[in-house]
Design a protein around this ligand. Structure first.
Ligand code: IMP
Length: 437
């Protein structure tokens, strides 16, 4: 399949993250000229393969291992320069060429150690049940500063050095007062030391920093084709997800337009990525969660442990109500259904098709997280299959029961399925013909 035919395309997670976006982006990216990360920061994690080695990227777009593709870190992201530069160094050590092909928005916000510190301390102080289960990467505190504006520092603020030092001194004084007053932290941050550290980062980042909004505009006018790579998933979107158990950026819906700095009319295709079941890391409502041996079995079969934190992921059945909700504000033109092989040999398979709430049935995904916790999933049960699917390369090769299950997902989400993941490797994908599912 030549993905270029899709035009400018966004690859978006439709559940609570970890849907397998990295694999889809990896398959697609060499057909594109540009790949843009547009939301989130070092909380994201996707595993890439360089030679015989697999390793996790948190800040860099997945396209980075292909030097002919321009990789852009957009204005909607938050950048932890220590993590970013660490990733650049380790890729260079493995022979990956990173130079002109990496562009970093001068408008992106910077994560500082005080953000990570307050992320951890706020979680520690929160009462059980109110902990968000964050990745502790300082994401929430950095985005909070962005929206509050007074204490935010963007990439462009690193230059010139004197102005940065003055600005950082004021911000650090405020942060130290906050950490001491609210969290009783005694050892405070030294703004001079922090300034020197970040000014060294600034010099290493400098060759990559530019106005990526103008860059993308011109590249798109030159008919370069752009892939927008989301982080996390639609149900973790700060506006539309299971608030407050969400991340702090627009990881679903139209986040690519604001986060990348392109016109909302620019994107021609949206590939919604879903797992054939559901997972979530951290706290928050998860109506189809299986807190039993079936959930454990999915976790072990699907290797469901976090890329960023190593935490075991919560596992459950596919939730078509939540999926339809994500599709409603995300507008996928096609779906990639991942991990179908994980369900082989599981016996009967269930899919949530409606919720029961207070005795009545509803297809509404509630705003209130507490109400969401109370939902009872109503399941449709599907026959499972035992035949190995990992060698299937055409839809017709799949066992009939698997085909029925896949078609049911397409029907429920009113969106055609374009790809099915049947194993971890790049080759283990089924590309569907129009009308197959
Ligand atoms: P934060 O983004 O670190 O603030 O974490 C907020 C919530 O989003 C927590 O439940 C995290 O587990 C979740 N989260 C953040 N990034 C990812 C991701 O890449 N995959 C899955 N969950 C994520």
């Amino acid at each position: 399949m030549n993905f270029r035919e899709l035009g400018h395309t966004c690859v978006m997670g439709m559940q609570w993250g970890d849907e397998g976006k990295g694999k889809i982006v990896d398959l697609m990216v060499s057909d594109f000229d540009v790949v843009v990360r547009y939301a989130g920061g070092a909380n994201a994690g996707h595993t890439i393969v360089v030679g015989d080695e697999r390793f996790a990227l948190h800040q860099l777009p997945s396209g980075i291992i292909r030097p002919q593709v321009t990789s852009v870190i957009g204005p909607g992201t938050v950048i932890d320069p220590a993590v970013l530069l660490g990733e650049i160094t380790s890729l260079r050590d493995r022979g990956v060429d990173i130079g002109e092909n990496l562009k970093i928005s001068d408008r992106a916000h910077l994560v500082f150690p005080y953000h990570r510190r307050s992320d951890v301390l706020t979680e520690q102080r929160a009462r059980v049940g109110e902990k968000l289960g964050t990745t502790a990467r300082g994401i929430g505190p950095c985005y909070a500063d962005k929206y509050a504006r007074h204490w935010a520092i963007r990439v462009c603020d690193l230059y010139p050095a004197d102005r940065f030092r003055t600005r950082l001194a004021a911000v650090v004084a405020h942060k130290n007062a906050y950490l001491a007053g609210v969290h009783e932290v005694r050892e405070t941050f030294d703004s001079e030391r922090l300034a020197e550290e970040y000014l060294a980062f600034a010099e290493q980042l400098r060759p990559h920093v530019c106005n990526t909004t103008t860059l993308l505009y011109h590249l798109m006018r030159e008919d370069k084709v752009v892939l927008f790579e989301s982080a996390q998933g639609s149900l973790l979107d700060v506006d539309h997800g299971t608030y407050p158990y969400v991340t702090s950026s627009n990881s679903g819906g139209g986040g690519y337009a604001t986060g990348a700095g392109v016109s909302p009319r620019a994107v021609q295709s949206v590939i919604g990525v879903l797992k054939a079941y559901a997972t979530r890391v951290g706290s928050g409502p998860f109506p189809t969660e299986l807190k039993d041996s079936v959930g454990d079995e999915i976790r072990e079969r699907g290797h469901e442990y976090g890329t960023t934190t190593g935490r075991p992921r919560r596992c459950g059945w596919f939730d078509a109500v939540a999926g339809s909700y994500a599709a409603m504000f995300g507008g996928p033109t096609g779906l990639a259904l991942m991990h179908l092989d994980t369900l082989t040999g599981m016996g009967e398979i269930k899919m949530c098709v409606v919720y029961k709430s207070g005795g009545a049935q509803t297809n509404e995904f509630p705003a209130d997280a507490y109400q969401c916790e109370e939902l009872q999933p109503v399941y449709e049960t599907f026959a499972g299959w035992n035949d190995d699917v990992t060698e299937c390369r055409r839809f017709a090769d799949l066992p009939a029961a698997a085909q029925r299950y896949v078609r049911a997902i397409a029907e429920r989400l009113e969106t055609p399925i374009r790809m099915i993941g049947v194993g971890p490797s790049r080759e283990q994908v089924i590309y569907l013909e129009e009308g197959e599912a």
